[in-house]
Ligand binder design. Structure first.
Ligand SMILES: Cc1ncc(COP(=O)(O)O)c(C=O)c1O
Length: 380
């Protein structure tokens, strides 16, 4: 059995100064922002400590080994062949998506997204001065949340300028199947809608699910671009490093038009930590996935035993739970009730028109999760 990752006790976690730990007072357990509470992978810690030891705190050399490290990782994990020369550094995934959107749209164009979705998707569309064309995910009891392919076909037929795909999907944790992705590529090609695939959660496909990189789908490289990062799995959000990946000359020429300065805005520590994670982080990542699998099982049991008014479908990827709390009230009422009981969660209304849902971050210790559910149960 894989050794699970340790998490420091709560009083030590509270010493962290990141947004997750500073947004609420000490009386609240924050299970909000998508950061995890695990200790860093040794390879990452050493790379950062070495850099600090050298006073190596200057600008990033964004081409120095980043593409090669990602190519090795993507090949080992997903059999995805990436040309290191087709990897462009970006400050973070948000910047990468917005910069590609700026290349394929003009102000006022429509961009398709699928709600419920990670809230900054709305902001990215605004930043690129484009308009939202929502094609909500569908939901069934048997199959959970998934892409609505007939609705995407109808939407693409109206001529949107781009589609931003979330793969795997935050907040519902769906790992899109190769068949669904093949249909997306077929529709995008037929209607000539460029696809920007946000694959930040890709390394977090949990046991039982297999992630399919969009660009491995036949034909996708001609119409799609992927934005990937080690930051979610390895908890490197502070360090600012992501990569835009292409798989065809057409898309490579497009991404080459990104403003040249964007790649100089990548964090030096981000590049160093990402290379360390991609090159030496496989064993740690396996432990992370086993740990998240354990927390997913624990949360399933806790919800069943302690929160009978709440239902959820354990995610295939990510450390995020999308809890249906409509039985407790509409709008942000469930979030407000849980917050009053001392647990901060993201209200579903931030992800689209999802009244009565909350998103819970279970990337933490069993103790914190049990304490959180105790408090949530007291709110019912
Ligand atoms: C789907 C998705 N995309 C992008 C981001 C943000 O990535 P970055 O901090 O690299 O901009 C997140 C953060 O949680 C996310 O869940």
């Amino acid at each position: 059995m894989t050794d699970l990752l340790p998490v420091e006790p709560l009083h030590r976690l509270r010493e962290r100064r990141s947004a997750k730990w500073r947004a609420y007072g000490p009386e609240v357990l924050p299970l909000t922002i998508a950061e995890t509470d695990f200790a860093l992978a040794d390879a990452v810690r050493e790379a950062l400590a070495d850099a600090v030891g050298r006073s190596d705190t200057g600008y990033a050399m964004p081409t120095d080994g980043l593409g090669e490290a990602l190519a090795g990782f993507a090949d080992r994990r997903w059999g995805w062949q990436i040309d290191p020369e087709a990897v462009t550094a970006a400050t973070d995934v948000s910047t990468g998506v917005v910069e590609v959107l700026r290349l394929v749209t003009k102000p006022g164009d429509r961009v398709v997204i699928n709600t419920p979705v990670y809230p900054p998707f709305f902001d990215w569309l605004d930043e690129a001065r484009t308009e939202l064309h929502d094609v909500p995910l569908t939901h069934t009891e048997e199959d959970g949340w998934r892409l609505d392919l007939p609705a995407l076909d109808r939407a693409f037929a109206t001529g949107p300028a781009a589609f931003v795909l979330c793969n795997p999907h935050n907040p519902v944790g769906r790992v899109h199947s190769p068949e669904d992705l093949a249909t997306v590529v077929e529709l995008a090609t037929r209607h000539q809608v460029p696809v920007i695939s946000d694959e930040i959660h890709a390394p977090l496909a949990l046991p039982g699910a297999t992630f399919t990189p969009l660009l491995t789908v036949p034909g996708a490289a001609e119409i799609g671009v992927s934005v990937v990062s080690a930051s979610k799995a390895f908890n490197l959000a502070a360090l600012k490093c992501a990569t835009v990946v292409t798989g065809s000359p057409r898309m490579r020429d497009l991404v080459a038009q990104m403003p040249p300065d964007t790649r100089w805005r990548t964090g030096h520590f981000g590049v160093l930590a990402t290379i360390a994670a991609y090159t030496h982080g496989d064993a740690w990542l396996e432990r992370l996935l086993a740990t998240l699998d354990d927390r997913r099982t624990l949360l399933t049991k806790l919800v069943r035993d302690r929160l009978p008014e709440v239902s959820w479908r354990p995610p295939q990827a990510t450390y995020l739970g999308w809890l249906d709390c409509r039985g407790l009230g509409s709008g942000t009422v469930p979030r407000d009730r849980f917050l009053a009981a001392g647990v901060a969660l993201e209200p579903g209304t931030r992800f689209g028109e999802h009244s009565g849902y909350v998103r819970l971050n279970f990337g933490t210790s069993a103790e914190v999760l049990e304490l959180a559910v105790d408090r949530m149960a007291s709110a019912l």
